[in-house]
Structures are given as structure tokens and as C-alpha cells.
Design a protein around this ligand. Sequence first.
Ligand SMILES: *[C@@H]1O[C@H](CO)[C@@H](O)[C@H](O)[C@H]1NC(C)=O
Ligand SMILES: *[C@@H]1O[C@H](CO)[C@@H](O)[C@H](O)[C@H]1NC(C)=O
Ligand SMILES: *[C@@H]1O[C@H](CO)[C@@H](O)[C@H](O)[C@H]1NC(C)=O
Ligand SMILES: *[C@@H]1O[C@H](CO)[C@@H](O)[C@H](O)[C@H]1NC(C)=O
Ligand SMILES: *[C@@H]1O[C@H](CO)[C@@H](O)[C@H](O)[C@H]1NC(C)=O
Length: 310
Amino acid sequence: MFRWLVNFGFLALPIAATIGILLGIQSQREASGQPPLFVPKLDNKVVETTYCQKSFGVHPETKGQEYTLNPNQWGWTQGDAGFLCMNVTTFNNQTYATNTTAPEWKIFWQYPQATGDGNNVHAFSNIMVDGGVFPAGLKSVSKIGIDVTWTMRTDNDTGPADAVALAAANVNANVAIDMFMDSDKSKAGDSAKATYEVMVWFAAYGGSTHTVGQDVGVVATLNLNGTTFDLYYGVNLNKQNVLTWKATAPAQDFHGDLRPLIDEIFKLGRTGYPTEADYLGYFSFGSETYFSDKPVTFSVPSLSVDVRTN
Ligand SMILES: *[C@@H]1O[C@H](CO)[C@@H](O)[C@H](O)[C@H]1NC(C)=O
Ligand SMILES: *[C@@H]1O[C@H](CO)[C@@H](O)[C@H](O)[C@H]1NC(C)=O
Ligand SMILES: *[C@@H]1O[C@H](CO)[C@@H](O)[C@H](O)[C@H]1NC(C)=O
Ligand SMILES: *[C@@H]1O[C@H](CO)[C@@H](O)[C@H](O)[C@H]1NC(C)=O
Ligand SMILES: *[C@@H]1O[C@H](CO)[C@@H](O)[C@H](O)[C@H]1NC(C)=O
């Protein structure tokens, strides 16, 4: 009802705070009988908006599955070299192709390579599944249906990713789903505190895009609807267990249910792996951007995340 407020977002705060604060203000106005601050237009117009903030929650109003988008330049500070902007395309009628279709979005960016052992991940620009879907007990999550098409290019053409051009421009970036899990419901939704991070990498361009535990070797392999994923396990600097399913070749057009990847982790049942007793608290899809010699456009013309629980 009032979530569209964040659309206009005047406050460049961490997204949790932005939504909390604006919801607070709006509920107060409603409780005291004041009219809402803005009235959304319900015509059929398509609006493309650009966000170049370091971190910013964009929460388009929708009649279907809710999403929050964020440029999330966590490894970059205003004034540093490099840039990233996110374009989000919203429908004023709040009705997308299906009830789980996300707004179309893209990022265009360029960061220099850090020297020495500086942090080379500058951003994880992403779209997060929102609207009370999580936390969900992993036992009850019956399906995580993904339909996604993405492209990554060094020009503004709309064709598929060009691995040769990306390599020539020394583009270092991945395309990934990021999930967090924990036995504690609230920690499961906190990327810094959750015990487990489970990722699904659809592509990794450039030598810096190593998964945690990649050097240890492949733990398991699974094929999902034509895409082969290798599992890696390791512990990150924050002492979190990181399990990464990495596609053996870029998967730019993926349609399938991720639940078998989670089931395989349960089946392996090793120390440091999540179990059915844990909660899935966070789910997002995006690109970790490291560095590039040329401006890069990562575009997501079509995405749907259909999470079913029973
Ligand atoms: C909503 O707007 C989009 C973009 O103009 C259009 O494609 C779609 O058909 C509209 N849906 C409805 C239910 O009006
Ligand atoms: C991003 O959106 C703006 C409108 O806000 C548009 O002018 C620009 O062409 C878009 N950029 C790309 C790379 O699509
Ligand atoms: C979307 O529609 C399907 C079938 O029409 C329904 O089963 C599902 O629960 C809906 N999902 C959401 C998020 O509304
Ligand atoms: C691609 O689009 C961006 C944003 O609209 C623009 O700044 C850039 O110059 C374009 N790049 C090329 C290679 O045309
Ligand atoms: C497998 O992929 C094809 C095309 O990429 C798609 O039509 C089909 O629905 C997918 N199957 C599942 C189970 O998602």
C-alpha cells in the first residue's frame, strides 16, 4: 500500500533503514488520518530511472512478487576513481508479465584495479526478493524457480555476452545468486551474521573472480536443465561457511528450480553445511563488479523468482 514511497527515495541510507523509516512515517500519517505523501500514477507508462548512489533501496510498487534493487557499491567511496549507475524500468500500472516477474534493470560501471592486496570487489549490484517471502524454513521451501536472461558487454548493444570482448577489456565480474542461511531466523537475513552463505554463479569473467574454496577443488557436480554446476566450499574472512555452485560455462539464459542444489548440500551433510533445520533469510541476484579497462553494461531484461513453500 505505502511501499511505493521508497520509489521516490529521498534518503540515501542503507536499504533496511530507508524502508523502515519511510514505512514508519507513512503508517503514522495513515494512523492520524493524513493523506499519503504521494499518489502513484496508474497509467500504462514505462519509466526508466537512473540511480548512481553508493547504496540505495529502490522498491517499485507491484501487484505481484516484491523486489528491492540496490546499486550497492559497498567497496567504493564517493570520490574514489570509478563509477556505477543502475537503471530500473518500472511500469506505472504495477503489473508485470507474470506475478513473479521483476522490473527490468541494468548497471553500467567501470572501476580501476586496486593495487597491492586492496579489496577488488567494488559493488554487488543486485535485486533482492522482498515482501515477507523470507525467512522461510528450508524444510518448507519446495521450489526456487528461476527464469533469467542477462547480458554483459563493453558496448551498449543488446546481444549476448561477448566473452572475447570482455577478456580483451580485462573485465572482472561475476553474475550470481546470493543466499544466506542460519538456524536463527533473524540472523538468516543478516549477510554479516548468518552462518551460511550459499551462492549460485552463472558466470565468472576474469581471473579475480574466484569462489571461496575454489583452490581446494570441486566437492560435487550437478546438472540443472542443461547447465552444469560445480560446488565449492570454504570459510570466508568473516568466518562464514560459503558454498558456491558455479556454472562450468556462462549460463545467460537459465530456467530451472534451484531446490536440487540445496538438496544436494543436505545430502552431502558435511560439517559447515546448512541443514533442513535452518532458515533461508535472504535471496538476491546480481553482479559482483571487480574492475575493467572499459565501461561494462550488465543488463537483466528478464527475471522471475518464484519461491514456493508448503
Ligand atoms: C502494464 O503496462 C505495461 C507497459 O506499458 C503493459 O505492457 C501491460 O500490458 C500493462 N498491463 C496491464 C494489466 O495493464
Ligand atoms: C538509463 O536511463 C536513462 C534515463 O534515466 C537513459 O537516458 C539512459 O539512456 C539509460 N542508460 C542506459 C545505458 O540504458
Ligand atoms: C502466482 O500465480 C501462481 C499461479 O497462478 C500461484 O500459484 C502463485 O502462488 C502466485 N504467486 C504469487 C507470489 O502471487
Ligand atoms: C553506453 O551508455 C552509457 C550510458 O548511457 C554512456 O555513458 C556510454 O558512453 C555508452 N557507451 C558506448 C560505448 O556507447
Ligand atoms: C528448461 O529450459 C527450457 C529452455 O531453456 C525451458 O523451456 C524449460 O521450461 C526449462 N525446464 C524447467 C524444468 O524449468
